[in-house]
Design a binder for this molecule. Structure first.
Ligand SMILES: Nc1nc2c(ncn2[C@@H]2O[C@H](COP(=O)(O)OP(=O)(O)OP(=O)(O)O)[C@@H](O)[C@H]2O)c(=O)[nH]1
Length: 393
């Protein structure tokens, strides 16, 4: 019952902390997950911005290349320069396509890029115009200086746009770096919280498990003690009358099955009442304890000794071959009282009367055998005490 109550208490004690632990666990896991997700997201964004900045630099270079091709042609008339112009144009539009592709998600950059694209188209149109005029004129035309100025102005505007774009991207990069730093801190806090929680849960479960085990051990010890008390005599710690019947029934089953004999010694102390009367019950009790110890010393491990009640003891001998062994054992028991028993510095003169009954000679049932041994013990008393008798002899 106490164990069940202990288990109930244990459950109640762990339920609330367990719920709290689960809530903290879920929160910190979600926190950690979000922080990690954002960390990856912002890192990707930052990489995208870095690629954009690289593209912007490449775009400036490509336009300059195309322009140098155009200038070369205008100044020298060598058509090889037109190849440089075309390469520059192709590179420029290739980079613009890249930049456009990468600018999804950055609205401001996208708008700025569209404005830049318009300028680039105008710049190339102006370059083409210059080339057309030169082609028609057949040589370097002086009026080309007008379109040259226009081209310069467009290039200046393009460069301004490119710088602005780069500035915007640099700001975006710094923003993403800040976000990444914050998410990293959040992730570290989440991980630490998780670790702390795991340690707390481990400590908590260790403590509660230990307590539960202690409770179980304690209740097992109590149960064992109670069961021992139920089967044993409190004074001598010998098995009690209840155990005698239990043991005899077991021995009887085995002996009947194996066709082996066993013997019951019914022993009653002689002169015990006088010790009680003369020295008091305390000394009488101590004498009973001392007698139990003296009996134990001369018995074998297979022998079973019990206190039947008062100054009566029962001994069950289950492993012997000849009756002679029983006689020798009875004589050894009687011999124990050949000298006074010393109890609380008092020499006490007592003896023991023994009645012996054997299975199967003196009875085929446990009750019958016990009765026969008891009867034989009375025969010993009648014979003058401090001796042994076999039933019916
Ligand atoms: N001190 C003590 N005395 C007990 C206990 N149980 C029974 N007695 C006493 O033991 C005595 C047993 O009586 P008897 O067996 O007639 O006494 P006895 O002097 O041995 O007499 P015989 O058997 O005829 O030799 C009684 O006086 C009981 O009161 C006990 O646990 N402690």
């Amino acid at each position: 019952m106490s164990m069940v109550w202990g288990m109930f208490n244990y459950k109640r004690r762990i339920l609330i902390p367990l719920i709290i632990a689960v809530i903290i666990l879920c929160t910190s896991m979600t926190w950690l997950f979000i922080a990690m997700y954002q960390l990856v997201h912002f890192s990707e964004q930052k990489d995208q911005v870095d690629r954009q900045r690289y593209n912007i630099a490449a775009l400036g270079k490509a336009i300059t290349n195309a322009e140098s091709g155009q200038r070369g042609y205008l100044l020298t008339g060598n058509t090889l320069f037109l190849d440089t112009l075309e390469q520059g144009r192709a590179e420029t539009f290739n980079v613009i396509a890249h930049v456009e592709q990468e600018s999804t998600g950055f609205n401001a950059v996208h708008t700025e890029l569209q404005a830049l694209q318009r300028l680039v188209h105008r710049k190339f149109d102006s370059m083409d115009q210059g080339i057309q005029v030169q082609l028609r004129a057949g040589s370097y035309a002086a009026h080309l200086s007008v379109s040259k100025d226009k081209g310069r102005e467009l290039m200046t505007q393009i460069n301004i746009r490119l710088r602005e774009l780069d500035g915007m991207l640099a700001e975006l990069r710094a923003k993403f770096e800040r976000e990444i730093r914050e998410r990293m801190i959040a992730a570290v806090i989440g991980a630490m919280l998780l670790c702390l929680l795991i340690i707390l849960v481990l400590l908590f479960s260790y403590r509660n498990t230990t307590q539960l085990l202690e409770q179980v051990w304690q209740s097992q010890a109590v149960t064992k003690k109670l069961s021992h008390q139920a089967d044993h005599d409190l004074l001598t710690d010998l098995p009690n009358r209840r155990s005698v019947y239990e043991h005899l029934n077991n021995i009887y089953d085995v002996s009947r099955h194996d066709s082996k004999p066993f013997a019951i010694f019914f022993m009653d102390l002689d002169g015990f009442k006088q010790v009680n009367d003369q020295y008091g019950h305390e000394v009488g009790d101590a004498l009973l304890v001392e007698v139990a110890n003296m009996f134990r010393k001369v018995l074998r491990q297979t022998d079973f000794l019990a206190r039947q009640g008062g100054d009566e003891f029962v001994l069950v001998v289950s492993s012997y071959l000849y009756r002679m062994e029983l006689v020798q054992l009875a004589q050894r028991l009687i011999q124990l009282f050949s000298r006074p028993v010393m109890v609380k510095n008092q020499p006490l003169n007592i003896g023991v009367s023994i009645g012996i009954a054997e299975y199967p000679h003196h009875g085929k049932q446990v009750k019958q055998l016990l009765h026969a041994a008891d009867k034989a013990m009375y025969a010993s008393k009648k014979k003058g005490k401090n001796c042994y008798s076999f039933e019916g002899e």
